[in-house]
Each structure stands twice: as C-alpha cells, then as structure tokens.
Ligand binder design. Structure first.
Ligand code: MG
Length: 414
C-alpha cells in the first residue's frame, strides 16, 4: 500500500491522479489533499478518499469547507502556503504528487523532499526555477523524483533503453498548439478563448496558454535539462500535431526510442505512481491502423517564447526563474484580456533584459528574483495594457510603478 498526498487535487492532474487511485483502492491510500478554491469538488474528494489532512487557499475557504463537513473534520483542515507544506510533509506519506500550477508549487515540493518523500512531479516550475538545488536535495535525501509531465515521463521510459553516455539527443515533441497554422500577424487578434482550445489535451488555463505560445515546451526543455542532467545543446523540440509520440531519445547508433500512447494523463501518472511496475488502465487503445504521424521544425519567429526559454537556460543562474515569473504575469494579463497574445513573449523578453541575473544558490535568492521579475513584468504589462486601451478609447486604472522604476519606453509594435 502506497500512502500519497496530492498537492493540487482539484486541478487537471490532481483529478486524474484520483481517477487512477479510484481504480486501485487496495494499492493506494490518499493521506493528504491540498487544493485552492474549488470547495465543492474538494468536498467530494474528501468524502470519497477520507484523507487525514486537507489544505485550502485561505481561511475563508477553510470556514466554508468546515461548514460543509461533519464535526469530526474540525481538526483536519488547514490553509495557505503553511497548510500546503503540512500536507506535503505529512508523516506516514511515501509519495507526494506535486501538481500545483506555477511558482507556488516550488516551496511545498522542496519541503516534501526534505521530509524524505518521493516526488511525482507535475509542477514543471519546480525544476525550471530551482533545478540544481532540487536535484541536489533529491540526491542528498535519497528520494525518488519521477516525472509526471507526459514528455518527461516518455523520455524517462525511453532512457531505460540505453546508457546516458550513448545519448545523441533528447527530442521533446510539441503539438504546436491551437495557433500552429496561424500567420504571425493574425496572432495579434486571437482571444483568450481561442488560445484555451488545445487540439489534443484537456488542461488547466495557464498551461493551455503556455501551449499556445510554446512557452510550455520551453519550460519543458529547461525541466528536461535538470531532470536528466543533459546539456541544453542535446535537447531538441519537434512539432508533432497528433501528439501520439510523447517524446523520444535518439542514441549515437541512430536508434530512436519513443513512447507512444493515447493522450491521457493517467498513463504517465500511473507510471510515476507505480514505477518500476506498470498497472492496467481503463483507457481506449491507441488505434495504430487509423494513425498518421507528421513531424516538423518549430517556428521560433512566430513563437519567440520557445527561443526565450532556450536563451534563459543558456544564461543560467536565476534567469529561468525570471523567465517563468514574467511569463506567469503575462499569461494572467492575457487571460484577463489586458494584453494581446504576442505581448506575452514581448513582456518576457523585456523582463529578462531588465531583471539582473545572479547565481541560484538558495531558495531565498530564487524567490527574490521571482518577485523582482514579477514587479518588472507587471509594469511592462501595464504599458501594453495602456496602449491597448488608448487605442480602444478606454480609461485604464493601472497601479503606480514601483519607486525608482525607470519610465516605460515600450510601445507594442503591430
Ligand atoms: Mg507536457
């Protein structure tokens, strides 16, 4: 029996984890759940899996949940970042599924590692922001770090076929997102609703936008570099619109080992939960007879976010965390319809120029850079938003720039 905690239980990954667990009640015991504000779904999960500790976003959510549950739950509810950490470090838990979106997933994942928990990692920001620190902690604490991200899970499986020294390159596949066939000019007019329509995968909002800009693939390149300890020069991206091949490893003899399957996150989740065993899943088979597969090179001009991720990775230090923070701010602004789609990448590029890099030697330094980048990115977003509103003749209520901040010279180029 494996005892697990799930950070991000009401999100897309968390729901799929519980779907796998539901199929194997004798194999897994859910000990802790951490969620945000989806209290009604969380209540269902609590009733179905009877965890011993549950964390929610804030105190108000906790009161809401308390009222919805019987009295015996009074002492099993916690909240906020501290609450998530309690769930992440809960005694008796063997494995923590880290599936909170964004930078917020980093501190509880670090806490779980130092509490000696194995990690099933779905939160890519953990490695993007703090790759060397995390891999060092994983080694020191002798815990397992198993990738849930479908590409990394595929690579992890393909790496079983050869020696690390014999790898020629790792090839991450990307669907190309909903705007793969759009012209660069047309991207200025796409709406958040259009961007949320991913062709193959059903995912949360943030990652859907990241898939549309290809930043998701960029973050995955950085994640792969640290997770597999491989030079960035040996990590390639290939557009594969059908999302059948989830990624590949090419060896020096020319053999390419890929992992294929239907687009369902239960497969990588189950593999991470039960590695090195495999379990049967209730999924439709991949229909090879109906299959057609194509591959082509990514368009770095049209999707500059991917190029920026490679650049940040090469610059190293705090830059991947800076890239990630700027992207989170810009994506949130795009989802709120404050900025236009190509301005997401412009904001990231400008934030990388304005925020100073340094060595990523401590979690504190990384979180400080994350914050500094967010302040920069927010001011850049404001400049874009102001220009957008002026164009539409609206007034804009924008927060003041931080003290000592240089004036904003940016005007979005159309
Ligand atoms: Mg992925």
């Amino acid at each position: 029996m494996k005892h697990i905690s799930i950070l991000g239980s009401t999100g897309s990954i968390g729901r799929n984890v519980l779907e796998v667990v539901r199929q194997y009640p004798g194999r897994f015991r859910v000990m802790g759940l951490a969620a945000g504000r989806n209290i009604s779904l969380l209540k269902e999960q609590i009733e179905a899996f009877q965890p011993v500790l549950v964390s929610v976003a804030d105190q108000e959510n906790m009161e809401q949940l308390r009222q919805a549950l019987p009295g015996e739950w009074q002492n099993k509810l916690v909240w906020g970042p501290q609450g998530v950490e309690e769930v992440a470090t809960l005694p008796g838990v063997d494995m923590v599924v880290s599936a909170i979106v964004g930078a917020a997933g980093l501190p509880p994942t670090v806490a779980a590692i130092f509490a000696g928990k194995d990690i099933a990692l779905a939160n890519k920001e953990t490695l993007v922001m703090a790759g060397p620190l995390i891999m060092d902690a994983v080694q020191r604490m002798k815990v397992a770090l198993l990738p849930v991200d479908s590409e990394h899970n595929a690579i992890f499986q393909a790496l079983a076929a050869g020696r690390k020294d014999d790898i020629k390159q790792i090839i991450l596949t990307a669907s190309g997102g909903p705007f793969r066939t759009f012209s660069t000019a047309d991207l200025w007019d796409v709406s958040p609703e259009q961007a949320l329509q991913h062709p193959n995968w059903s995912m949360g909002k943030k990652i859907s936008i990241d898939s549309a800009t290809l930043m998701n693939k960029g973050l995955e390149v950085i994640e792969a570099k640290f997770l597999f300890d491989i030079a960035i020069e040996k990590i390639a991206v290939l557009i594969h619109p059908q999302s059948v091949v989830h990624s590949m490893v090419e060896y020096i003899d020319g053999s390419i080992i890929s992992q294929m399957g239907v687009t369902d996150m239960q497969i990588p989740i189950a593999y991470a939960l039960t590695y090195p065993e495999r379990i049967k899943l209730n999924l439709p088979p991949l229909n090879l007879i109906k299959l057609s597969m194509t591959f082509h090179a990514p368009d770095f001009q049209k999707f500059p976010s991917l190029k920026l991720a490679y650049q940040a990775c090469k610059q190293g230090g705090l830059m991947p965390a800076i890239l990630n923070a700027a992207n989170e701010v810009a994506v949130a602004a795009f989802l709120e319809d404050r900025i236009r789609f190509p301005e997401i990448a412009l904001c990231v590029a400008e934030t990388m120029t304005r925020t100073s890099n340094g060595p990523a030697t401590s979690l504190a330094a990384i979180l400080e850079a994350d914050l500094a980048a967010r302040v920069q990115a927010e001011s850049i977003v404001c400049a874009f938003a102001m220009a957008k509103c002026q164009k539409q003749g609206e007034a804009l209520d924008c927060p003041d720039l931080p003290p000592g901040h240089p004036p904003l010279p940016l005007t979005p180029s159309t």
